[in-house]
Design a protein around this ligand. Sequence first.
Ligand code: SF4
Length: 320
Amino acid sequence: DRPLLKITDLKKYFPVKGGLFGRPVGWVRAVDGVSFEIFRGEAFGLVGESGSGKTTLGQTVLRMHGRTSGQVMFDGLDIHSLPPKEFHKTHTRMQYIFQDPYSSLNPRIRIGDAIAEPLLAHRLATRADVGEQVENILAQCGMAARFMDRYPHEFSGGQRQRIVIARAIALNPEFIVADEPVSSLDVSIQAQIINLFSDLQEERKLTYLFISHDLGIVEHLCSRIAIMYLGSVVELATRSELFLNPIHPYTKALLSAVPIPDPERKRSRIVLNGDIPSPENPPLGCRFHTRCPYAKDICREKVPEFRKVKDHHQVACHLF
Ligand code: SF4
């Protein structure tokens, strides 16, 4: 199987301004050498705390930021080297869903028009049939046609996220980066939106990069999951492997916060010391050593290699 998306040693650094004439005085290493592949039709989860670089990674993949180095291949195309015209053509095949459904919609545009506009601009609909197409797309996202003439403020958070999703799928993309798409919603609504992502994935053969700070949310949707910490992926495995045999101490800590429905089984909660350090001057060696309960001398000196421990399971930790 050829991957739809292949990321190789991707880095994205942002300059810290403040020197003479605005020269950078340092670099924020938001994404610092990430590699993984996503296969067609797969929902791939990317999980980490805020400050881990997961949003920057998602946005750099879609060229919303230039890269510092590395490569993003989408269906054989080198995204960051494409001339603007070529990129524009490819861009409709890739969509980004932002975290906040409140600010993603223009308050002065009726939702029917918000979905019709990209369809008309890309000539995927004519004035004569755009209404019907918008109705169909809204219906697929669980929204009635009578909502077309309403404005965003007339909807709840969950409904707005359905509208944002409808707009994202209107251009018939193959790949969607969904950045914390349910974290601003009530827990009771979150499951409905996750189910919608899952239904659309099946109906439209979509491929997702699904970003979240919560392993419990990606558990229901994603078949493989990468754990990100301070700009790097520290563990990557299939869902079952990650939940049954987590290896990295950071993954174990994240997992210990996910509730188990079965009252007989319990995970003991692992509470990490302190906050995630600044990506401006990340710790040397293993970046997790300042919070890791198992840190040894080597962890402070040497960066652990990202290694395969078995099929479909890779980890970066000196303990293994
Ligand atoms: Fe902890 Fe060392 Fe493993 Fe890093 S390499 S996670 S500090 S044990």
